[in-house]
Design a protein around this ligand. Sequence first.
Ligand SMILES: C[S@@+](CC[C@H](N)C(=O)[O-])C[C@H]1O[C@@H](n2cnc3c(N)ncnc32)[C@H](O)[C@@H]1O
Length: 256
Amino acid sequence: MNSSTPDYSNRMIQQLYLLRYAPAYIYEYEAFYEALMDLEGSTSFLRIFSIGSGSGLDYYGAYRAIKKKGLPPDFLYYSGIDVIDWYYRTTLNNHRYYFYKQDVTRLYSLPDRFINVLFFPKSISEFSNESFSRLLEVICNTAFSREQINICASVRRSRLEDDYKRLVKIVECLLLKGDYTLDLTHNSLEDNVQGESIFYPEDIFHFLSNLRDYCPAYRRRICRGERDCDTLNRKPMKDTGYRQYWIIRLVRKERN
Ligand SMILES: C[S@@+](CC[C@H](N)C(=O)[O-])C[C@H]1O[C@@H](n2cnc3c(N)ncnc32)[C@H](O)[C@@H]1O
């Protein structure tokens, strides 16, 4: 975690995060899972392990994608792990939903080796270099057993290069173990899909975009963290045209 990381254990920070980003991210994750299922050779059955799952926005996206395709909800098997148990989560009555409240870097290996999707929903950049090295070990210690495993990340544009390098490191480490070979890579730029527009009631949009005005310290001009103060005025996301994700697929090598 770096100093600019918000304190996600704070309920109000969670509320703000979700008010600003939940609609856009859910659409974004839905489009991601749809694209993943549409790739040639994909199985419609999703068994996901989501690292840094937060309130499970990617789970809702996957749920919507499965529904849109007319598939039954039991095609979706989801495990999320997060060091924080967010206040706002729901299983949507799917008993194939698991949540692990844990720091993933403290595990020896991932708890589910039958997954076919390993996903980082806006979370791959949250790790320090040191904790990312540990995470790499955890992933590489996992005895994955599916025919296909999709290593995926949805990221913010500000850290594209570093985040992609991290994803590639994970892939390299799995390739080195020798059980899998590279099948395909896909990135959102190839989708060419129109972003969705998100409607916010005017008063809510205005309130969230001018939150700083409600801060007593700012009003009395005695605030200390000027930069933190600016982030209070971040606008909610009103469209999904900025989304960025990568899919790198590995397939199991033929056994002799
Ligand atoms: C930017 S939030 C993204 C939340 C959610 N995935 C989303 O799409 O909105 C990053 C999440 O990663 C989690 N996280 C950071 N380091 C972690 C670790 N070492 N183990 C598990 N979760 C971690 C944080 O607690 C936070 O919930």
